[in-house]
Design a protein around this ligand. Sequence first.
Ligand code: AKG
Length: 342
Amino acid sequence: MNLFSKSPTFIRQLFCTISIQRLETINHHIRFSSQSSKAIDNNKQQSEYRFTLPTGNLSNEQRQFYEKNGFIVIRSLVKPESLDHFRKRFQDVCLGKVKVLGMTVMKDVAIAKSEFADGEKAITKIQDFTLDDELFKYCCLPDIVKYVENFTGPNIMAMHTMLINKPPDPGTQSSRHPLHQDLYYFPFRPVDRIVCAWTAMEKINRQNGCLVVLPGSHTGELKEHGYPDWKGGVNKMYHGIQQFDPNTKREHLEMETGDTVFFHPLLIHGSGTNRSPGFRKAISCHYADSACEYIEVENSVQDYISKEATAIFRKKTGIENARFEDVWKIKSRLVQGERINL
Ligand SMILES: O=C(O)CCC(=O)C(=O)O
């Protein structure tokens, strides 16, 4: 096109259009560069947060606390009425009024030998209640799930569930739970998209065996576990960390009814002897992002537990060729969003 063959008005209009386009382009560059500097700021802020996500109920201050310590206690999160409902259901399970597919009912190693204990008094823990719609309500409580999103994101699976009925210790100290990391039991990753919610069903203090945690230990490695060498006996599958520095700072989490602690699966924790006359109750669920993936744990530090858990599962179900991940696939249940991998 020969511009000079066109009228001056046409040329003026063309230059005007080009100038406007240029201005728009410059404007776009300015906008883009301010957006990307905002994105960089966001990323910088994000990089402060390795263990938590921005979605959910945690404030920045609470997120920073979890990032540093690997746990956070939220006071009065679960209503006493809900806890009464779960307690009643637990009692019905103990009395044999309710049978739940896949649930494991465990007796304390000391009480199991006693011919006098029955009902609730004989049972130290029930595990894997995901298939019981009543107890599963704990996993779905909106007040809890809103916090869980800070760790898992929006697609949430309930992977492991427990109602722990820590018995009064008969003098054997077998009511203790040795220091351990929950990741030891889990063949799925990434680790930072897994979290435990653990709720006190009554006042829990040092007297009745509260949780004890090693703050900051979630930044370490998964350690070797095994059965502790305790004279008074050890409960089935209560593996503990074999070696750690006994001088590491410990924190005892004393909690009131309904208080809930969220903690990272690498956080080293356990619980003390129950020196009270009552059964100390807590209910818990481990959640994971449904986009987590199963991993092979053979020949790793998880080899021992994977063999033990798979053998129990094969015996219970008769599925001879079951693998460790099958144990988890069967007992996990979607809480919210989409079931992606797990
Ligand atoms: O409630 C307790 O005593 C501790 C439970 C615990 O840490 C577990 O079962 O992994």
